[in-house]
Design a protein around this ligand. Sequence first.
Ligand code: ZN
Ligand code: ZN
Length: 388
Amino acid sequence: MPVKNRFAELLPEITAWRREFHENPELLYEVHRTAGRVAGLLREFGVDEVVEGVGRTGVVGVIRGKTDTRGRVIGLRADMDALPITEQTGAAHASRTPGVMHACGHDGHTAMLLGAAKYLAETRNFDGTAIVIFQPAEEGGAGGQAMVQDGLVDRWGIQEFYGMHNMPGIPTGTFAIREGAMMAAADQFQITVTGKGGHAAKPHDCIDTALVAAQIIVAMQSVVSRNVDPLKSGVISICVIETDSTASNVIPHVVVLKGTCRSLDPAVRDQLEQGVTRVAEGVAATFGATAQVAYERGYPVTVNHPDATVHAADVARAIAGDVDMEVAPMMGGEDFSYMLNERPGAYIFVGNGDTAMVHHPAYDFDDNAIPAGSSWYAGMAEARMPAA
Ligand SMILES: [Zn+2]
Ligand SMILES: [Zn+2]
């Protein structure tokens, strides 16, 4: 089975949707126009149930197969939001909203899943229920988590989740995946070091927070190098140093350090959080200062379940021939992780060819990936719920 023939026929229509979304990008939860258009199209396709406002502005479509003898329910997910970036593609379908751009290809994901929904509603050649999920706020707003908290899993009884992201640098229309961690957990922290400011010529009357902060930064390097298993991955980067002194002859009273932790393994994530706190508090105490650590967890690790990875790759292989099963994980975050934390499933890359990387102002989704992407979404429903 190469690309489903129907998607070659539907390509102009799906491309037109994609470019329409691209021209009208919206941020985070403010995807009102996009969500309205998605819901309207799903109704036009004859999807059995269309529910708007799930997780604030998410849309869910329910497509029942010809039969339902085993109660199978498969969730297929796309994201709808854009980024606060000024587009530089010069494309005819470039953004009409200044400073907002579909620079991560979520316009493509939404269009491809709409194409799959149209096909599935036409053919219904499966035994069970396909749930098409269009989420808001993937770019930092945790829209996937909002949909889960709004009852996504239990309301529709979803048993498995499948998601996709386009990826520049991978040949267009081919697929890449890996079992286990695919995308990183991305956390942030802020350390407030408080000592005793004063005259730079009288350090013995002060507790020098600049010295303490420097010691913390150096000691922090030991967490990844000395605490984390060398065969696993972790990153701690301290990227901002602010003091309350603006003069070269005043010892600062307070220094604030800001940074990020990245990890691919829940145990390593815990180790990094504990390490940041332990080192900051311990080093500060050594010098008679105090460190207050505010650690904020972002998206969890996106973990592909072993069986689901095989299922996802089998469908991809039937479309594209070979599938890269050992693609390197990426240290970016992805909130499909919240769905994969609820139920088994997998997240796959579809190649977007030799273009600028996602989040770059010159990035554009390659419409030639649409037949492969739509075929994969539809194929996951058909393969996981074979016709009775
Ligand atoms: Zn993105
Ligand atoms: Zn994205």
